[in-house]
Ligand binder design. Structure first.
Ligand SMILES: Nc1ncnc2c1ncn2[C@@H]1O[C@H](COP(=O)(O)OP(=O)(O)OP(=O)(O)O)[C@@H](O)[C@H]1O
Length: 455
């Protein structure tokens, strides 16, 4: 696997010296390799405690760390915009902040123009920081209301001892103009500006120290849709003029589609797909990317089929699923090889397993459950025997209901763990972490999709 891989798993660990097919050294600005960021709660009375309404008492004790970013590798090329998209909580901000070394990595490397930022500290890191900037989502709170716009823009130049007072003022005014504001606004305070204008001030501030690389964390999410496109256009113009490289984080796929050259899709601490924009949107290969694209709101809300295909809860990043992180919600979970099931039979088994696990139906006599979930009949062989055992556990007339004194809940739990343990946990999706490259349909770029379907 090459240097610009979106890999996961040891088998696909990127060789940082491997340049085969992944572009020359000059084309790579940032190379992230096996990066991990875990948050560990170490002290305090309530550390590690969290609310869990599915248990009684509704408290969970987590001794494991939160694996916010878990073994992520990819490249960002000189002058490109790499979009990073995924649901809330999947680790996008943590990844962006760790790349900038605002957070200390738990493991891995972040090569920036050849130097490993993960290894830098003190003055070396400080020096590098002027080259790498970040823009945050909320332009309101990131600007000090007591400071004049000129001082806000000049502050990073001060911190990096750049230019004299006159030079800083001239540069701040030049940048105000470049970001689409009036240089005469130099002495105004932030409250005099709209949300879009405040984000432009942030842009000018980030540009003041002449960076090459900017991590943009949801920079237009807080803005009205009508303003978003204007700010995005300005960002593109600035990229062109100043030769900038962007890592652009957003949960909004339409924003990602607008601004990105390539797109990385993140799920539960992993990058599951990475491809050129057109390739990713026209030929999505990972079931999670497909589900994300299908859940984009459609113009006609009556067309409900096209929405909400992402079912189930995102698992805890403290205890993520083995193998493919998406497997617990994946509509394409691969059947375990141990059973000889047709596609139709596997669909039925999977639907029954998920319904029992999530307890999405009321119990009923066994015959009724068979008719509801297995219209074409319960499969034969070992798989069928397991299904029948689970039906017996949850049915109103099942053996467990009459013979046992245990609560109904225990029967459901037993049925769920029988089904999940026999089917979901036996799938290759649970046993191996996927790392694959697929043939692109659009353009000649590379397309990485971490899914066992592409074996
Ligand atoms: N300082 C922290 N301490 C403990 N856990 C954290 C910390 N920061 C983030 N996390 C956890 O790490 C995971 C990833 O969070 P992160 O903010 O990076 O996700 P995100 O994709 O950027 O989400 P959003 O779009 O909502 O900001 C979440 O489970 C979050 O609760």
């Amino acid at each position: 696997m090459s240097s610009d891989s979106a890999q996961s798993g040891d088998s696909a660990r990127t060789d940082t010296h491997d340049r085969s097919g992944g572009g020359s050294e000059a084309e790579t600005m940032v190379r992230v390799n096996g990066l991990k960021k875990y948050f560990r709660s170490s002290s305090g009375l309530f550390d590690g405690l969290s609310l869990d309404t599915s248990t009684f008492p509704p408290i969970r004790v987590d001794r494991e760390p939160v694996k916010a970013v878990d073994d992520v590798s990819f490249d960002i090329r000189d002058g490109e915009t790499l979009g990073l998209v995924g649901e809330s909580g999947c680790g996008k901000s943590t990844l962006g902040r760790t790349i900038l070394r605002l957070l200390t990595p738990t493991a891995g490397n972040i090569y920036y123009k050849g130097s490993d930022l993960a290894e830098l500290s003190g003055s070396d890191l400080r020096e590098m920081r002027s080259d790498i900037q970040m823009i945050f989502q909320d332009p309101q709170s990131s600007l000090d209301p007591r400071m004049r716009v000129g001082d806000i823009i000049e502050e990073p130049m001060w911190a990096h001892d750049m230019l004299d007072a006159e030079g800083r003022e001239a540069r701040a005014k030049m940048l105000l103009e470049k970001v689409g504001l009036d240089p005469h606004h130099y002495n105004r305070f932030p409250h005099a500006f709209s949300g879009g204008q405040r984000q432009r001030i942030n842009l000018a501030r980030a540009l003041s120290v002449d960076p090459d690389f900017i991590v943009c964390d949801e920079p237009v999410s807080a803005l009205d849709v009508s303003i978003q496109a204007q700010v995005l256009n300005t960002m593109e113009e600035l990229q062109e003029e100043f030769g900038l490289t962007y890592l652009f984080i957003a949960h909004d796929l339409s924003v990602i589609r607008y601004i990105s050259d390539r797109v990385a899709v993140m799920y539960l601490g992993n990058i599951v797909e990475l491809a050129a924009k057109e390739e990713l949107f026209e030929n999505p290969s990972h079931p999670y990317t497909r589900a994300l694209l299908d859940s984009i709101p459609v113009p006609d809300p009556r067309d409900s089929d096209a929405r909400g295909v992402l079912e189930g809860e995102v698992p805890s990043p403290t205890n993520p699923p083995s193998g493919c992180r998406f497997r617990t919600r994946c509509p394409k979970l691969i059947a375990p090889e141990a059973y000889d099931l047709t596609d139709g039979e596997w669909n039925d088994v999977r639907a029954f397993m998920r319904a029992v696990d999530r307890r999405t139906f009321d119990t009923a006599p066994a015959a009724e459950l068979r008719a509801t979930f297995f219209e074409r009949g319960v499969p034969g062989g070992d798989a069928g025997a397991i299904v029948e055992e689970a039906i017996e556990l949850v049915a109103t007339d099942g053996s467990a209901a009459s013979q046992r004194s245990t609560s109904a809940r225990a029967n459901w739990d037993e049925a769920a763990s029988l089904l999940v343990g026999s089917f979901a946990d036996q799938s290759i999706c649970a046993r191996e972490r996927p790392a694959y490259e697929v043939e692109p349909e659009f353009g000649d770029g590379r397309h990485f999709s971490a899914c066992h379907l592409h074996r």
